[in-house]
Design a protein around this ligand. Sequence first.
Ligand code: NOJ
Ligand code: CA
Length: 530
Amino acid sequence: MTSFRPAPGWLADAVFYQIYPQSFADSNGDGIGDFNGIAERLDHLAWLGINTVWLNPCFVSPFRDAGYDVADYLDVAPRYGSQDDLAGLVEKAARHGIRVLLDLVAGHTSDEHPWFTAAANDPDDDRYIWAPEGRPEGFVASPGSRPGAYLPNFFDSQPALNFGYARANPAEPWRRPVDAPGPRANRAALRSVMDHWLSLGLAGFRVDMAASLVKDDPDRTETAGIWTELRHWLDGAHPGAVLLSEWGDPEVSVPAGFHTDFFLQFGGTTDGLPLRSLWSNGEGTVNDAWDPLDCFFDASGKGSPRPFLEAWQRASEALGDTGFISLPTANHDFSRLNCGPRTADQLPVAFAFQLTWPTLPAIYYGDEIGMRYLPGLPDKEGSVLGPRYNRAGSRTPMQWDDAPNAGFSTAPADRLYLPVDPSPDRPTVAAQHADDTSLLHLVRRLIALRTSSPELGSAGSVEVLHAGYPLVYVRGGRYLVVVNPQQNQVSYTYDDPRDARALETSGVRIERGTITAQGFAYGVFDLGAR
Ligand code: NOJ
Ligand code: CA
């Protein structure tokens, strides 16, 4: 197998910021965020030190899954503005040193996509997965003149594009091999979609449900083959672009062709344990299939950093310098950091860890000010996935200031995409901007420290001295980091004779061979060059 072109150099230093466009900034007062709103707020992101933004899907859509049901891959949803507005946003972002990634929904379309309408009325069309008669389990009855049923990929309104099956099964005659005409046409379509947006100046894609393409592909070999083919094409056609997968298993996705993959709330051999064992405190978005766990970033101190550290170690050894692992604070499908019993005073230590670990940090919009996950919101555009799994609470309007709509929009409150956090002491960007003791300023300083100290970035080594409370590690042989995400004071015997110069600390002391960390304390120290 020929190897891939190395990732573009900028990726190693990426600090990602995820924007849910509906909720970030509304420039025209219709209650829904838009491209011009984002463009007006780029100064906030540049000031913070962000260099790469990922936008959730912003394409034509009936919005039954918040835009993950695409009806036209090559045009933007009018509610966000025009394609020119997006191009303007990308240009303006570039002037701020910020690259923009779009979301590529590769595995399915909306049932309103013209490809699907055609397929629902043509028994010979194999762009989707169609059982010719009856309604096999998991399939949805045909809405058109074509008999039979189609396979959805997520909601029923999201028919799976046909990338073929990894193996045949005589009992399921609708299975096509991966090189059948439909699967080939779909792969070609992915290339044209990427080409279209990359030619407009976009820097790459976050790829939705990247592991889902080929069906009955238990070890994902055939799905990986599709991404390998696409990566080779991308390496030639758009060598500066990157692919960031929603796969949750970097050991598999990066060798397949992705430049980077997230640790996610799902995925891998332990169904998302690396990420959930850090952040997931049993409130916010909860999948009933998840076993209860004590997460590391919890006041109780019952968690452990080991599930994360072990998964990270294994994946980073497997990847070597072929790609990157990305660590999000949260995302539009998963609770924000500020959720359930976790209070605002527990957030700084989480960022101290995230921004000093070698993974590529991804900040979910609003987490930099500690916006709260809002429980109990009504379903909005498919946000509710289960009795305890409501994604709306992570998708509320960005809290810019203390105006009634938090500066998100001038629309009447009942016309907003989602309600603003009603709490009188909700955090806002404006207040935190004016207060250099705020979380926002801390996040900014930590990003600046990471950016100016190569040892703290993705290429710097990490030596874990203590994998518990406190978590103690040294980056690049030079920077000592101490994080204590629980409420009680803890200490750790430490015998490095070098002076430890405090760079960014709260509640951590180093004296006479002992590190003492108060509850929720963190510290980054410079030990000097060896
Ligand atoms: C994952 C996306 O992140 C999520 O929001 C969406 O509902 C599903 N994929 C289906 O596209
Ligand atoms: Ca708007």
